[in-house]
Design a protein around this ligand. Structure first.
Ligand code: NI
Length: 136
């Protein structure tokens, strides 16, 4: 028997979306307000889900306290109140879109989980816009 367990988390961060090869007019056209050269913030809502077999002894797929602490140290402590472009090495040359942030978060968490567990990251950049990444 498998189940999916999830933990919600939250962080605030600033970013700017742009392609360095384009002028500001083109960046504005493609990325809109998210291309403001002076950066802007989002309230990111994160849902991390882990799917795997239910351990017959504990009844857990994974101890959610462990997952909570992992999200805290690997994601919230690293990204919260940061300028993603300027302060997070992964985004030095990678556009910090919700898609790419979800991939970076997935890559930070994956090494800490048992290989039998599947990992899915959902990242809400706004209450209505969200991205799902599961490693594929
Ligand atoms: Ni934005």
């Amino acid at each position: 028997m498998k189940a999916k367990v999830s933990r919600k988390a939250h962080f605030n961060a600033a970013h700017r979306l742009f392609c360095p090869d384009w002028d500001q007019a083109r960046n504005q056209e493609v990325f809109g307000k998210c291309s403001n050269p002076n950066f802007h913030g989002h309230n990111y809502e994160l849902i991390v889900s882990v799917t795997g077999p239910i351990d017959p002894i504990t009844g857990f797929v994974m101890d959610l306290k462990v997952l909570k602490d992992l999200i805290q140290t690997e994601v919230e402590d690293v990204l919260d109140h940061k300028n993603l472009n300027a302060e997070i090495p992964e985004f030095a040359t990678l556009n910090p879109t919700a898609e790419n942030i979800a991939v970076v978060i997935w890559n930070k968490l994956r090494p800490h989980l048992q290989s039998a567990l599947e990992l899915e990251v959902q990242l809400y950049e706004t209450p209505r816009n969200y991205v799902t990444f599961n490693g594929l």
